[in-house]
Design a protein around this ligand. Structure first.
Ligand code: PLP
Length: 390
């Protein structure tokens, strides 16, 4: 076999994502408004406007904006008074389980489905105990969970469902927003997400009463000048973040379209690379937030060798999600963290790499990235893994 042509190492690092930043001058008028009215936070005019704009864009009834997604998760659990044990997935960002621990709740991990990487709905019932009060699934990489099965189980056992929908901005499923499932859904608008307000997050809720309770909780539990009704937190989104969200929303359809083109081009380029498996396509039902690949046993190098080789060539892919949440020190002692309980999650965590995926990524850059992957396959076991856990 002849060596593939070696692409040139890019002068600038290519990261797993790059935020969508409109021209700076388009943001200035928003800042001028803030300077004029001198309202910086406490649910000002941009906060109201963004809540309404997001309800319209996403096709949901009510939204409560937050400082970030993690505080939104913590507050969602408070709003529904969740206690005891909550069934969740080990294959996610740590904030999913951390939000439970910050509420004094014990996470109970169940394994994931080998096709979708979402919580395996068939494994939920076996994890239910008298202490279970809720299920917290994640729409991993923006791909909808098995929402019907999860709802059926929750209804049978009287459990609440809070979706960690941090990856699922704009995802529609069976003609409706995926955010309309469960009791509450939580979004993140962190800089690395599809839709960003620098830092930010939101809770999607189905009725005005729940929204009101959440709005109280995110503002110290204050309902009036002399009245505090709950031990709330400060989770309010500031005017500057809300203003940026309004500007960001204008370009979101184009950004999602570009992400879809990036996804399709990667698939085309990787189709013939032996041992590289692209996460199953699900075209209309994902937002292409990530481009995950599995490095299978028949790829000539290991996952970590490929990961390090890309780094050596200035391409900063990420191993989302490795290690599993259940492997971190504060979780590994739990009975449900036992490796025998999570074989699928472990295998996926050991094979996963998320390649760069963002609207400004060019086809030339994808040629280069996939060129390095082909080169890694050619070099095979000669590659090193020396630095890759630093
Ligand atoms: C990003 C993310 C969060 C946390 O959101 P922040 O806004 O960064 O606090 C929670 N869960 C998942 C799955 C995420 O990817």
């Amino acid at each position: 076999m002849s060596a593939p042509t070696l692409p040139a190492k890019p002068a600038n690092a290519v990261y797993v994502t790059q935020p969508l930043l409109p021209p700076l001058e388009e943001f200035i008028p928003y800042l001028e408004k803030i300077w004029d009215n001198k309202i910086l936070t406490n649910t000002g005019p941009f906060h109201h406007e963004l809540e309404q704009a997001l309800c319209d864009y996403l096709g949901v009834k009510h939204i409560c904006l937050f400082t970030n997604g993690t505080l939104a998760l913590i507050t969602a659990l408070q709003a529904l008074r969740i206690t005891g044990e909550v069934i969740t997935t080990p294959y996610s960002f740590v904030a999913t389980a951390h939000s439970l621990v910050w509420n004094g709740i014990r996470p109970v991990f169940v394994d994931i489905d080998p096709l979708t990487f979402n919580m395996d709905a068939d494994k939920i019932e076996a994890a239910i105990t008298p202490q279970t009060t809720a299920i917290m699934p994640v729409h991993c990489y923006g791909r909808p969970c098995d929402v019907e099965s999860i709802q059926r189980i929750a209804d049978n056992y009287g459990l609440k469902i809070i979706y960690d929908a941090a990856h699922a901005f704009g995802v529609r499923h069976n003609g409706t927003s995926v955010l309309n499932h469960g009791d509450l859904s939580v979004l993140s608008f962190h800089a690395t997400k599809v839709f960003t307000t620098f830092e930010g997050g939101a809770i999607v809720c189905p009725d005005a009463k729940t929204k009101q309770r959440i709005d109280h909780l995110k503002n110290f539990g204050i309902v009036g000048e002399t009245s505090v009704v709950a031990p709330g937190i400060n989770g309010k989104m500031s005017e500057i973040n809300a203003a940026f969200g309004l500007l960001q929303l204008k370009g979101i359809d184009h950004a999602l379209q570009r992400r879809q083109e990036v996804d399709a081009y990667y698939r085309e380029k990787l189709a013939t690379v032996q041992g590289i498996e692209c996460h199953t396509p699900s075209d209309d039902i994902t937002n292409h937030a990530y481009f995950p690949i599995l490095v299978k046993a028949d790829f000539p190098a290991t996952r970590d060798q490929l990961f390090q080789y890309l780094r050596d060539n200035n391409i900063y892919a990420r191993r989302y999600f490795y290690p599993l949440i259940s492997d971190f020190p504060m979780y590994r002692g739990l009975a449900s963290s036992a490796p025998s309980n999570l074989p699928v999650a472990r295998q996926v965590a050991d094979q996963i790499i998320c390649l760069p995926q963002y609207p400004a990524l060019t086809f030339e850059q994808i040629d280069m990235i996939t060129g390095f992957i082909a080169q890694a396959a050619h070099l095979g076991p000669l590659l090193t893994t020396a630095a890759c856990n630093k």
